[in-house]
Design a protein around this ligand. Sequence first.
Ligand code: C5P
Length: 231
Amino acid sequence: MSELIVALDVQTRAEAVEKVELLGDAVDFYKIGLELYTAEGPDVVKAVKDLGKKVFLDLKFHDIPRTVERSVRSGGKLGVDLMTIHAVGGKMMITAAREAAMEFGENRPKILAVTVLTSLDQNDLADIGVRDRLPAEQVMAMGQFAVANGADGLVSSPKEVRSLYETLPYGTLFVTPGVRPAGSAVGDQKRVATPAMAVGDGATHLVVGRPILAAADPVAAAKAIRAEMGL
Ligand code: C5P
């Protein structure tokens, strides 16, 4: 069964709480990213958790293993459900994140790895020394590497999900932004899929922002997407 995560791409804790209250029972999982977290810090995570919701804390850690381990532990103490790291942080960093997460037992944060940022193309990869693989090949290689070393899942574009799903072990999480209901505005997203396509390709979690938060009726928009996901 897949889950819908709404990207809380707002500037303040007050706006975040307002959106979560507005959506009510229609949504029970929210993504807090760098923008909101840098503005409001752990208080905004606590506020969303206090409203009974799950939190995906998307801070994309990439640092020495000790720092990442301690940061994941801090996230675990806040009760977050999903957290992100960069797979390029290496084996020891991924393992350190995993070990810190495991301390929290059954309700531990799950660790998702980012493979290649979707903003990078082949030339960008060459600039940072990746010259022997196409972006799609690098996504696959880094995805296998991250999961083999303890990541619970991957963040990927909807276009990458199917090949990752077919290759990686059963139970791997696949979290996919860039989802647009059929016929809706694409905005600045380039590689989009409908909710039904993403779930059909193996996505376990869909991250949706503007199609819900900017809708005239956000509750109806969330319910329509859930229906498209078969929820
Ligand atoms: O509004 P929209 O549905 O495009 O929001 C998608 C969310 O997923 C945003 O928070 C965005 O930063 C995030 N995201 C993305 N594409 C990626 C990685 C993250 O859209 N490749």
